[in-house]
Ligand binder design. Sequence first.
Ligand code: 3AL
Length: 193
Amino acid sequence: MDIEKVNSMDFGEFVDVFGNVIERCPLIAAAVWSQRPFSDLEDLKKHFFAFIDALPQSDPTSIPGAGAGQPLYWDPETGQEGILRCHPDLAGSELRRGTLTAESQREQSAAGLTSLGADERLRLAELNAQYRARFGFPFVLAARFSDRAAVSRELARRLLCPSAQELRTALGEVKKIGSLRLADLLRADPAKP
Ligand SMILES: NC(=O)N[C@H]1NC(=O)NC1=O
């Protein structure tokens, strides 16, 4: 798909195609559509990321200690933390139930997370739960740049980071995931974050 094709899309088509560039955040694609035309893939990416960067960090709707669950779709009132909460755990219950988005399923599968042994799955589930309890959002990592051993290692390491730093790191991972998804859609070089 070239950029002319992207620029010619009506609202509905654009949101259909780009609605999951940011996991379960079709409203971000909806906002980006209104900024067309785009000059190229980089420009399109810039608009997605600028939208995220302009959001408030915290989620005033979250209740501290309530362990906010995963929403079906992003609510703009929940800001950047809300975007993180739309991400399914890596090797978590959504993967087991088969309810991941097609993109997430491919990414988790590429990192080998669909074929973990019971012990590895349990260890990741424990680390994911500790991470969510500490930060109030799930551990987010661009799985396609990782593998099963690196995922647990990175999770254990980031669990010890300060919250403000972790929010920034996690949003950086959201952008890496979005870059890869956009590159796939425009068939550019997907290896470039
Ligand atoms: N939790 C988390 O990082 N999930 C995401 N990572 C990724 O590469 N795809 C996802 O769905």
